[in-house]
Design a protein around this ligand. Sequence first.
Ligand code: PMV
Length: 342
Amino acid sequence: MTRAVKALAPSNIAFLKYWGKSDTTRQWPANDSFSMTLAQCRTETMARPFAGSDHVVQLNGTTISRGTASGAKIFKHLDYLAERLRFSDRLAITTHNLFPTGCGIASSASGLAALTLAAVGAWSESTSLDELESKDLSRHFLADLARMGSGSAGRSLFGGYVQWERGATPEEQDFRPLHGADHWRLADTIALVSSAEKAVSSSSGHSVAATSPFFAIRQSGLTERRDAMLAALTARDLATLGTYLETEALEMHAVMATMTPAACYILPQTEAVIATVRRLRRDGLQAYVTLDAGPNVHIISTQEDQPILVRHLQELHPDLGLLLDHVGPGPELLPVEENARA
Ligand code: PMV
């Protein structure tokens, strides 16, 4: 009997950023990136074969069609997966984020990773990652499928710290798990500056990144920065990693702000939080800032220091929402009980 499956996939926060592509059709990034897989910010997606003329998708409680912006991305990815893997069954999909929706936290990495896992699990009648592996659907292969929906989603197929290697050709790009979550228990405290929908999506941003006069300059220094950051990650050297982390995030935002058309994600409150973190650091707290394609601030510290950081943030920015996360073990695929079906 065909079974329903549930995928739980985490989001990730990039330490070295992917911003810009060398080949859009083949989703080939301009540079290597690496990230920390999160534990709490996850998407849960259920899928089961369905006897209809098209897939049915429910996103955060609402049925969405191919015509909507989020629907277009999801259906396009389902069509891509079906064609590449030669599956023809229609699927009933129910998906929701396990972090507050509309809080401005990007859900494309966790969303597209969970969608890939759930759809492939339902089509291949597999209810665990091990079962997928035994059917030649390895995690590397699944990551390769997921990155076609959203580049950063490929990194969410692994736990701990994960590199997306660009390789010399589009065929050679690959995902490499660098260290497991136990290597270094880092925390990500996310300051929720704005919950507004992004004015410029990352997919349209990537396609114009190279129009920034700073893009080529950034690219010329990235290999050296990558090696220094990877060495600091291996050595668990937060002072070195953190210093690069801030430069890297602000440099990516300098590229974003100077592209045509420009994307200015940083808000006054973003800058206020960055200033607070720098002040706390001067007072001895090891905490460093990074940013995604949005105004929310990700503050990286050890898990031990997270409560102290949170206390300071609550005192200095009482109106700011905070999400407390940390490095996590990666995605899961599970069978769904009959009475809990999508
Ligand atoms: O995966 P996309 O297309 O949503 O791009 C992600 C871009 C950043 O989040 C800004 C950086 C990254 O490497 O995750």
